[in-house]
Design a binder for this molecule. Structure first.
Ligand code: TRP
Length: 335
């Protein structure tokens, strides 16, 4: 495809440190299939990043493959984008070291995620946790992308990536393209089903619906979803007064493509008893084909292997071009 080279380039990574859930899906993931039509996309499983906190090795391996299968099942066609595993492309680690030397102690100390994570894992404040933004900058800059789609929580890391790129370019000339963060226009922010003031998160599994979960478990979670203790008991979108119901409306709207007003009208006068299982069913049906396809792919190890090998090969090629340039600029003797 000659034309493909003229498309804007985009890269994003997801850490295989937890099982994918509805928040991941209705937030970023659902929009990726459309993006691969518009951009030259690279998506990778950021396994190098996960070991900044302790991981169970067998679990990490399982999740990496499961997420790869889930991405494909969600519509990321490996023929149309580059899907790979970060640790398969050594240039990430290699460029990260170089960038470590162009990243300042002070700026790393200011990263909110470092402050949060070191408070949470006080017994394991390792150097990787601290220099993580330099690895993330390497992940990005290797591919000379125009955009980096990220959630709000990663914006600061894209900012520091830009600072590092500019600093390097100011010394050595235009080596790196300086990318823009890409914040999705339609980024649904899905809240926990049993604590709607917090974001849906794998750390609160009862309020979280996982992509691979069985329909009966999904239904149970929706039936138990917290609604609001106001007296009107009607399905009305009002996030401040009715966070639980509004979250369910948002989920139902995202799953069915209906507007909030249409959802309100559909359940007008029906109370929560009817509404909650209806949302559950809509989600069960949305996730069913994804789960079934992911499970099918997981039994086809040969296929999955062929996908990540081909992805690593394509990624390697592009990444090494940038790495060679960097090595040359800093004065390493070419092998
Ligand atoms: N740090 C990101 C996260 O925790 C994952 C990530 C790693 C990433 N490298 C990246 C995202 C490069 C975008 C681009 O969610």
């Amino acid at each position: 495809m000659e034309q493909a080279t003229q498309k804007k380039v985009m890269i994003s990574g997801i850490q295989p440190s937890g099982d994918l859930h509805l928040g991941n899906y209705l937030g970023p993931l659902r929009h990726w299939p459309a993006m691969i039509e518009e951009f030259d996309c690279y998506f990778f499983l950021a396994d190098l990043h996960t070991i900044t906190v302790r991981q169970d090795p067998a679990m990490l391996r399982r999740r990496t493959l499961e997420q790869l299968a889930s991405y494909i099942a969600c519509g990321l066609d490996p023929e149309k984008c580059v899907l790979f595993v970060q640790s398969h492309v050594p240039a990430h680690s290699q460029l990260a070291w170089v960038l470590d030397c162009y990243t300042m102690f002070g700026e790393l100390s200011r990263m909110t995620q470092f402050k949060d994570k070191s408070a949470k894992h006080a017994d394991n404040i390792n150097a990787g946790l601290f220099t993580y933004p330099a690895l993330m900058a390497a992940d990005i800059l290797l591919y000379q992308p125009d955009f980096v789609p990220v959630g709000e929580d990663q914006k600061q890391h894209v900012e520091i990536c830009r600072d590092i790129a500019n600093r390097f370019n100011n010394i050595y000339g235009e080596v790196f393209k300086v990318p823009e963060p890409y914040i999705a226009k339609v980024g649904a922010r899905i809240m926990s089903l049993n604590a709607p003031e917090s974001k849906m998160s794998k750390s609160m599994p009862e309020g979280c619906v996982f992509l691979m979960e069985k329909p009966e478990d999904i239904m149970r979670k929706f039936k138990r979803a917290v609604t609001d203790s106001d007296t009107e008991r009607c399905v009305r979108y009002a996030p401040a007064e009715k966070p639980g119901v509004s979250n369910l409306i948002q989920i139902y709207a995202a799953a069915t493509g209906k507007s909030y007003e249409e959802v309100e009208r559909e359940f007008d006068g029906q109370g929560y008893g009817k509404f909650k299982p209806a949302v559950g069913e809509a989600i069960v049906e949305t996730l069913r084909p994804i789960r079934e396809e992911a499970q099918r792919l997981l039994t086809d190890k040969t296929y999955l292997e062929s996908v990540y090998r081909a992805g690593a090969e394509k990624a390697d090629y592009v990444a090494n071009k940038t790495l060679r340039k960097v090595y040359k600029k800093v004065g390493f003797v070419a092998r």
